[in-house]
Design a protein around this ligand. Structure first.
Ligand code: SAH
Length: 339
């Protein structure tokens, strides 16, 4: 049976037409789900009983479950149990402009980035659309507050679960759904080229972030497996094309790993690589994990790297560190639960 939270409004319209009902019922159901946030079909009182019975036969409203919440003053980390007993996580970050949530898109990850905790468990499966949507719904319920922005930077590679991730984006972006503006949604990818090309055709105004993390192929291949297939020399032209097609600035993520990719010459090489592109670089302080040998770059090193990019006229920011005390980084809570 399908979960109702996995349906776009147009899917629900199609469903109602298929059972010989008017398609505006989709809007009514959407209002119950996302405006009034009811938890059963019986509460949808403007839908006649007979139709509610049919809905109950065709759909479930089952929710995934929050099993653990860890909190510090600016961050809250949620561990969820899925129906098949897999675990995923999401992180809430409080900014002065509102609440943002980082959601997972897969159980485990196959991309194999050497410094990333999420990839320690190979992909078990993709998340279904409803399992991504429900991360948002459950966090809003737990907080009793609205979420204003969403980043797809939790466990998994979103472009390796393309259809479900796109459905998720359309549902939360729907003005009658959770109504999060496209410009407040960021998809982060390690660089699956054919899917970046596909995304550029979708005509949605979301933000794209590319996890680059190295200025040349030799170094990038040594820390990111995906670079052996989709390397920098292929990736950069595709990003340029994406920027032209979508007219959107792209974020380049660069995680600062001590003595790996944080030298002055790496900064210069990066500046050269990105010169003239409509991008901005986000330098990410590495969150050290229990298991892996990578260390974070010192503050001074990050600032020096930042200065070199600035002097070379590259737009650059340093990401504020969130949640390092509560294992909020990238698969750490889940990996404690599973091992
Ligand atoms: N698979 C996607 C999205 C998930 S990871 C991607 O690769 O972009 C989100 C970002 O966090 C990526 O840039 C990833 O490289 C980075 N990251 C992974 N582990 C990290 C850690 N321990 N500290 C800081 N950033 C990390």
């Amino acid at each position: 049976m399908k979960n109702i939270y996995g349906l776009k409004r147009c899917d629900l319209e199609e469903y109602f037409l298929s059972i010989n009902e008017k398609k505006f019922k989709a809007l009514q159901v959407y209002e119950w789900l996302y405006n009034f946030r009811v938890s059963s079909f019986d509460e949808m009182t403007n839908i006649k009983k007979e139709v509610r019975e049919q809905l109950k036969k065709d759909f479930t409203m089952e929710m995934i479950e929050i099993v653990k919440v860890q909190e510090d003053n600016l961050t809250k980390k949620y561990l969820f149990r899925l129906k098949d007993d897999n675990y995923i996580e999401a992180v809430l970050m409080r900014h002065d402009y509102g609440n943002s949530v980082c959601v997972s898109s897969q159980v485990g990850c196959n991309m194999g980035c050497a410094f990333c905790e999420s990839g320690r468990l190979k992909k078990v499966r993709d998340l279904q659309t409803y399992e991504i949507v429900e991360q948002i719904l459950l966090i809003e319920k737990e907080l009793d507050e609205r979420i204003s922005s969403v980043v797809l930077m939790g466990i998994g590679e979103p472009l390796d679960n393309y259809d479900n991730v796109l459905n998720f984006i359309k549902i939360i972006n729907d003005s009658k759904g959770i109504a999060i503006g496209a410009r407040h949604i960021t998809l982060s990818t390690c660089g699956i080229i054919p899917k970046i090309e596909k995304l550029s055709e979708e005509n949605i105004q979301i933000n794209l972030a590319l996890s680059l993390h190295a200025p040349n192929d030799k170094l990038r291949s040594s820390i990111m497996n995906v670079n052996k297939v989709y390397n920098i020399s292929k990736l950069i032209p595709v990003i340029k094309e994406y920027i032209v097609k979508t007219n959107r600035r792209v974020t380049i993520e660069y995680v600062m790993l001590n003595n790996v990719n944080d030298s002055d010459s790496c900064a210069l090489e990066l500046a050269k690589l990105l010169r003239g592109m409509n991008v901005y670089v986000n330098l990410i302080p590495y969150n050290e994990t229990n298991h892996l040998e990578f260390k974070k770059s010192s503050k001074e090193r990050i600032l020096k790297f930042y200065d070199i990019l600035k002097k070379n006229r590259i737009n650059v920011t340093i990401r504020k560190e969130f949640g390092s005390k509560i294992d909020a980084a990238c698969g750490q809570l889940r990996s404690k639960e599973v091992e």
